[in-house]
Design a protein around this ligand. Structure first.
Ligand code: NAD
Length: 471
C-alpha cells in the first residue's frame, strides 16, 4: 500500500490543500494498492498562478534552450521506462506486451517535438507583413486514465517546444503512473512553474482549470461527454481547444483480403489494451460473400487469445479498469442480446478460470445492424460487432454512419482500391493493413471524435497564435 500525497507546483513537490483521499486498486486482483490525496480548486488556482508567472520568461526562451529541455526530458523518461510500464500494468491492467511496445513513445515524443522545433519558422514574411507565431499563454492538459503517460508526454512536448507553460490534470485513476512521470519531469530540471501537475477530480480541479480566465488553451483527451462540458466551460473566455475524444472505429474487411490475416489484425485492433483504446476497431464490416468465412475465422481465433494476468508476457487481454467499467461492459453485452444481436463468442460474466479480477470474456456479436446501440456507442471493453455489407459503397456508408470519426481500418490485397475507399471515409486516421498510424502523422478526429490534431507541426501549432505585424 502506498500513499501519494504530493502534487507538483512551481518546481516543487507540495502537499495539496485538498483533503480527500481517492482509492487506488489493482484491476487484476481487485485489491487496494494505495491511495492518492486529491488536489482541489485552491491547488488548481496555485498551479495556474505558477504557470502564469513562469510564462513571462519561458515564452522568451530561445529555440536552443527549449531544445535542451526537450532532450533532458527524453533522457529522464527513457531512464524510467521500466518503472512507467510496471505502474501502467499494475494500475490499470494494460497487458505487458502492449505496454512495453507503446511506452518508449513517452520518451520519443520529446525527440519528435525537438525535431519539429529545430526546423520550425516562428517568423515568416508574407507580403508587407511579418507573421510571428507566438506562444499562446498558459495551457491546461487534461488526460484520461488509459495510456495516461503517453498522452501527458505528448502534450508537454508540444507545449514546451512552443514556449508555453502548462498545468496538467491527469486522471485521478492514474496517480501511480503520474507520480513516476512527475519524478521524470522533476529530474529534467525545468525552470519552476513551466510544468505543474495537479491530480484531482474532474468536477473539482477540471472545472476550476477549464473556467479560469488566465488559461488560454486547453488540450483534452477523454470522453466526448466531458469534451462537450469543457467546450461549454471554455466558451466564456474563448479558450483555444484541442479535443481528442471517443470513437467507434470501423474495420472494413474487403472481399479480396487474406481473411485469416485480416481477421487476426482486426481482432488485435479491436481488443487493443483490453478494448480500452479510443481508436479500437470495434465495428468489423464484413462483405456478405465472405461473411461465413470471416465468422469462422473469428470463432476459431478469439479462444486463442490469452485472457489473464496483464503482467504475463503472453497475455493478450487483461482486466478492465474497475468495477464500474466491468459493470458497464457487462451491461452492453446484455443490451446487445436484447437488441437481437447473435453472440458469436464470449458473453456475460468472467472467464471460468478467472473468478476474480475485472476480466471480461472477449466477446463478438454478429447479426448486428449499424442502428443498434451496441454498434453506435463506445463500450470501452473487449466487445466487438460484425456488420455485413453488400458492396463497397455500403461499406463506406456504414463506416461513416456514426457520430464518431477517429480512425478506420481497411484490409485488402489491392492497396489502390483500399486507398480509393480511404479517401471517402470520415476519420482522422485511416490505416490500411495495419493497426497504428504513422508516428509523425497528425492524430485527431472528425465529427464528435474531437477538434484539432496532435503530433508534429500540428501539435506545436496547438500552442501558438499567429501575430501579423505590418509596417
Ligand atoms: P473522461 O472523459 O471521463 O475523463 C478524462 C479526464 O477528464 C479525466 O482526467 C477526468 O478527471 C477529467 N474530467 C472529468 N470531468 C471533467 C470536467 N467537468 N471538467 C474538466 N475535466 C473533467 O474519460 P476517461 O474515462 O478517463 O477515459 C476514457 C475516454 O477517453 C474514452 O471515451 C476514450 O475514447 C477517450 N480517449 C480518447 C483518446 C483520443 O486520443 N481521442 C485517447 C484516449 C482516450
Amino acid at each position: 500500500m502506498r500513499t501519494i500525497d504530493k502534487i507538483y507546483i512551481d518546481g516543487q513537490f507540495v502537499t495539496p490543500h485538498g483533503t480527500e483521499f481517492g482509492p487506488l486498486t489493482n484491476p487484476a486482483t481487485e485489491q487496494p494498492i494505495g491511495q492518492v490525496l486529491l488536489a482541489d480548486e485552491v491547488d488548481a488556482n496555485a498551479a495556474i498562478a505558477a504557470a502564469k508567472r513562469a510564462f513571462r520568461s519561458f515564452s522568451r526562451t530561445t529555440r536552443e534552450e527549449r531544445l535542451a529541455i526537450l532532450r533532458r526530458l527524453s533522457a529522464a523518461f527513457t531512464a524510467r521506462l521500466d518503472d512507467l510500464s510496471n505502474a501502467m500494468i499494475e494500475e490499470y491492467g494494460g497487458p505487458r506486451s502492449f505496454v512495453t511496445a507503446v511506452m518508449p513513445k513517452a520518451a520519443l515524443v520529446f525527440d519528435e517535438a525537438a525535431e519539429v522545433l529545430e526546423n520550425y519558422a516562428f517568423s515568416r514574411t508574407q507580403g508587407t507583413s511579418t507573421i510571428e507565431m507566438a506562444p499562446i499563454g498558459v495551457a491546461v492538459a487534461i488526460t484520461p486514465w488509459n495510456l495516461s503517460i503517453v498522452f501527458v508526454a505528448e502534450k508537454l512536448a508540444s507545449a514546451i517546444a512552443a514556449g508555453t507553460t502548462i498545468v496538467v490534470k491527469p486522471s485521478e485513476l492514474s496517480a501511480i503512473q503520474t507520480q513516476i512521470m512527475t519524478e521524470c519531469i522533476d529530474a529534467a530540471q525545468l525552470p519552476p512553474g513551466v510544468v505543474n501537475i495537479v491530480t484531482g477530480r474532474g468536477a473539482v480541479v477540471g472545472e476550476a482549470l477549464t473556467t479560469h480566465p488566465d488559461v488560454a488553451k486547453i488540450s483534452f483527451t477523454g470522453s466526448t461527454a466531458v469534451g462537450q462540458q469543457i467546450m461549454r466551460n471554455a466558451a466564456g473566455t474563448m479558450k483555444r481547444l484541442t479535443l481528442e475524444l471517443g470513437g467507434k472505429s470501423p474495420s472494413i474487411v474487403l472481399d479480396d483480403a487474406d481473411i485469416p490475416t485480416a481477421v487476426a489484425t482486426a481482432l488485435q485492433a479491436g481488443f487493443l489494451n483490453n478494448g480500452q483504446t479510443c481508436f479500437a476497431g470495434t465495428r468489423i464490416l464484413a462483405p456478405r460473400n465472405k461473411l461465413d468465412e470471416i465468422l469462422e475465422a473469428i470463432k476459431s481465433t478469439v479462444p486463442t487469445l490469452k485472457v489473464g494476468d496483464p503482467d504475463h508476457a503472453d497475455t493478450a487481454i487483461g482486466p478492465v479498469l474497475n468495477q464500474t467499467q466491468f459493470d458497464r461492459v457487462q451491461g452492453y453485452i446484455r443490451l446487445a442480446r436484447e437488441e437481437g444481436a447473435t453472440l458469436l463468442t464470449g458473453g456475460e460474466g468472467r472467464p471460468d478460470e478467472l473468478p476474480s479480477g475485472w476480466y471480461v470474456k472477449p466477446t463478438v456479436f454478429t447479426d448486428v445492424t449499424n442502428q443498434m446501440r451496441i454498434a453506435r456507442e463506445e463500450v470501452f471493453g473487449p466487445v466487438l460487432v460484425v456488420i455485413a455489407y453488400d458492396d463497397e459503397q455500403e461499406a463506406i456508408d456504414i463506416a461513416n454512419d456514426t457520430p464518431y470519426g477517429l480512425q478506420a481500418y481497411l484490409f485488402s490485397t489491392d492497396v489502390a482500391r483500399a486507398r480509393r475507399m480511404a479517401s471517402q471515409i470520415d476519420a482522422g486516421t485511416v490505416v490500411i493493413n495495419r493497426i497504428f498510424g504513422a508516428a509523425d502523422a497528425p492524430f485527431g478526429g472528425f465529427k464528435q471524435s474531437g477538434i484539432g490534431r496532435e503530433h508534429g507541426t500540428h501539435g506545436l501549432e496547438n500552442y501558438l497564435e499567429a501575430r501579423a505585424v505590418t509596417v
